[in-house]
Write a protein that binds this ligand. Structure first.
Ligand code: FAD
Ligand code: 2HG
Ligand code: ZN
Length: 545
């Protein structure tokens, strides 16, 4: 019995035989069939070390034809499989529950084409996101998604989870940017939907079914995706805010004043900042660490006494993405307002929240002017206590680094219960506070538990992390669930904004989907995978059983 979903191993599934392993070796070649227990370990365990599978076999097909032959064989023999890309998923969707065969796409890493004129990229499913971004950078483009796991996650995994990430606000969801897919169905049929057309209204848009299906409907073998032109001007700022209400105000102002150039609006609370500083050597708050973005911090600090012209510290760093914009805070800053809203306010109110705001534009002077006006507005209104502007790519990277390593830092501090939630922005942080209060009242002896919130505030997406130093426990889980799911349902939210359902939330789908909708999902699953061999126990499995 699975300790997470209480499912038992499907009674209709066959047991793996030596003859099966021999068949796979003949099909894929000996080196692409792994049975060694040690080598299987990291594929059986998920990134959080929360879910543990017991697979005895890892297959690494190199071509779509191989995937097709493997699935046809598994379907015939009723052998269940779990598709796996970079294994960075956060809901236990990419690891086996029992002894499912792991079908890794990591051997499928060819970039098949890139159309310079349109930005349409076609790549095999196992290509790592970072590698694809590096490739299209050379052609003046960027991938339309970016996330902290970009160095390990694969494009097939991204599409299968419908990953959101740091710039969905600007470049939209994969439901919009994926142009086409190649998918191998449960019976081995290759479904070629690999178009690179922007428009194609020829009946049902079948590819959409596989985007976000978490490997339950077929194995994605190749992806056609629309890349965006690489922005000529990138501006990033790191801001400190006194309250979550202030965060929402900054977001509103960014949406109206930065408008078409706004590319990211992220937030983190003070607990995130603390855990990152404590757990990761060399990572520190740019607003207190003079090394991270000295010039811009100095520019902010200098603002009250500045004369209101370009008197910020001289830019000496030639490695800039944006040119010398160190004075952008100071130059347009109203010293009178600053005295009440910035320096003195920061003495009165400790920053409880931080934000990373970024713009992608085509004209630096125009973007800097807009950013200056935005900063002046949010500071004079008291929504921002302090902040710094990146004046080089290195500074921008270090601001982003703080945001991107929160998941890793939480994992170092303990075993993490992760809730990836869509909520109306106004109530979003109330969930974190409700969970903090609940833990304090239900488990007063567990002062060591760290509850924090961060995420893609621009998309209404909160990441609530509960890090437990002593490890995962039934006691903590029962305090968190179903409380959190009920809270989300009560506030018209979604129990999964971007990470998916996987194994973790298969039993909680009803909090966000009607029974009718779940029935339709189950019928689609039964139609495309009648024997239930692809990624069983995940997403809709419980409703099927
Ligand atoms: P895996 O973990 O291997 O698999 C994920 C799911 O997709 C599984 O259900 C698996 O069965 C299925 N799958 C994988 N490949 C295929 C395929 N070719 N065909 C069919 N099914 C397949 N997610 C976000 O949305 N936004 C973020 O900002 C974000 N940041 C992250 C930061 C960190 C540090 C980490 C560790 C994770 C983050 N994630 C984020 C979650 C994760 O990275 C994404 O879900 C990612 O898209 C998963 O890709 P992967 O290749 O690792 O997939
Ligand atoms: C992020 O935005 C990821 O950093 C991970 O989606 C979130 O670990 C998490 O909870
Ligand atoms: Zn996220």
């Amino acid at each position: 019995r699975c300790g997470h979903c209480q499912a038992t191993r499907g009674p209709s599934y066959s047991q793996l035989q030596t003859s099966d392993v021999e068949w796979f070796k003949r099909c894929l070649g000996e080196s692409n069939v792994v049975t060694d227990v040690e080598r299987l370990k990291s594929f059986n365990r998920d990134w959080m070390k929360k879910y543990q599978g017991h697979s005895q076999l890892l297959l690494r097909p190199k071509t779509t034809q191989h995937v097709s032959e493997v699935l046809a064989y598994c379907n015939e023999r009723s052998l269940p499989i779990v598709p796996q890309g970079g294994n960075t998923g956060l809901v236990g969707g990419g690891v086996p529950v029992f002894d499912e065969i792991i079908l890794s796409t990591q051997g499928m890493t060819r970039i098949l084409s890139f159309e310079e004129s349109s930005g349409a990229l076609v790549a095999e499913a196992g290509c790592v996101l970072q590698a694809l971004d590096d490739h299209v950078t050379g052609h003046g483009y960027i991938m339309p998604l970016d996330l902290g796991a970009k160095g390990s996650c694969c494009i097939g995994g991204n599409v299968s989870t419908n990953a959101g990430g740091l710039r969905l606000l600007r470049y939209g969801s994969l439901h919009g940017s994926v142009l086409g897919l190649e998918v191998v169905m449960a019976d081995g049929t290759i479904l070629d939907l690999l178009k690179t057309l922007r428009k194609d209204n020829t009946g049902y848009d079948l590819k959409q079914l596989f985007i976000g299906a978490e490997g339950t409907l077929g194995v994605i073998t190749a992806v056609a995706i629309q890349c965006a032109p690489r922005p000529a001007s990138v501006q990033s700022v790191f801001l400190a805010c006194p309250s979550f209400e202030a965060v929402t105000k900054v977001l509103g102002t960014a949406k109206t004043m930065l408008a078409e150039i706004l590319s990211a609006a992220e937030f983190l609370d003070q607990h995130c900042m603390r855990v990152v500083e404590e757990q990761l050597e060399g990572v520190s708050n740019p607003l207190t660490d003079s090394g991270t973005c000295t010039a811009a911090s100095a520019a902010v600090a200098a603002a009250p006494g500045s004369e209101g012209t370009n008197k910020g510290p001289a830019c000496t760093d030639s490695n800039t993405t944006t040119g010398c914009s160190t004075s952008s805070f100071a130059s347009t800053f109203d010293p009178d307002n600053a005295a009440s809203s910035s320096s003195s306010a920061s003495l009165q109110l400790p920053p409880r929240f931080y934000m990373v705001i970024e713009t992608h534009g085509s004209h630096e002077a125009h973007d800097v002017e807009k950013l200056d006006a935005f900063l002046e507005a949010v500071m004079s209104e008291g929504h921002v206590l302090d902040g710094c502007v990146a004046t080089s790519k290195a500074q921008s990277d270090s601001m982003w680094h703080i945001r991107e390593v929160i998941a890793e830092a939480c994992g170092r501090a303990g075993s993490v219960y992760k809730y990836d939630v869509s909520l109306p922005v106004q109530v979003m942080y109330q969930l974190v506070e409700a969970v903090q209060q609940r833990l304090a009242s239900q488990l007063p002896h567990r002062q060591d538990i760290l509850t924090l919130g961060y995420g893609h505030v621009g998309d209404g997406n909160l990441h609530l992390n509960v890090s437990v130093p002593s490890g995962y426990s039934q006691e903590v889980q029962e305090v968190l669930e179903p409380f959190i799911y009920e809270w989300i349902q009560g506030h018209s939210g979604s129990i999964s904004a971007e990470h998916g359902i996987g194994l973790m939330k298969a039993g909680a789908l009803t909090y966000s989907k009607s029974l009718k909708a779940i029935q339709v999902m189950s019928s689609i699953k039964s139609m495309l995978d009648p024997k239930g061999i692809i990624n069983p126990y995940k997403v809709v499995y419980k409703q099927q059983a």
